[in-house]
Every structure is written in structure tokens, then in C-alpha cells.
Write a protein that binds this ligand. Sequence first.
Ligand SMILES: [Zn+2]
Length: 115
Amino acid sequence: MHELSLAVEIVRLLESHATELQRITRLTLDIGTLSCVDEQALRTALASAMAGTLAAGADIEIHTVEAQARCQDCGQTFQPPDRIEPCPHCGSFKKTWLKGEDFRLRSVEGLSASP
Ligand SMILES: [Zn+2]
């Protein structure tokens, strides 16, 4: 239940906005293709984790971030379909991940709390 603990973590982050926002109407998430997060499972987990919070019923926008790596031998960047794919230019398995491992909350929109 990886997605459920992520959902709980996201709701905790959202609640830290509770002083500025009265209600959260939309949140945008970036999910790297290597972060092993199942989008549908996350949506389901979020819907239940957000129930009864200031984010209840908010729209959830999910962006998928394609994995990108740089080869440590030839320096080329490429988009491997999985973690073990070698460099398509020189066949090296030594690579540094540039993108795609992360999972993050990109933005939050909502209604401001009345002053
Ligand atoms: Zn290479």
C-alpha cells in the first residue's frame, strides 16, 4: 500500500496550507515513471485520505514525468524505459538519473481564507 502512505503524506502537506487556504480545489502532482506509483491507485487513496479535510473533493491533476538518465561513460542523455536499460549509444550500464525518480506536489490551488 505504497500509494496509501503517499496519499496520507500529501494530505499532511495540504493541511500545512490550511492557514492561507480555506478550501483546496485543485492539486497538481508530478509522478516520475520510476517512482513506482500507480496513478489510479493513488487517485483512489487520495480521494479517501482527503475526505473530511480542506481538500475534500478537490480536482487531482497528475503529470507523468518520463525517466531521463545521463550515461556516465559517453555523457549522452537518454530516456530508458526501465531502470536496467543500458545506454543506447555505447551500451554502458552506468548512468545517473536526471528525472523520473521523483514524486512531488507541484501546486495547490484553493480559496483564500478570509482575512
Ligand atoms: Zn553511453
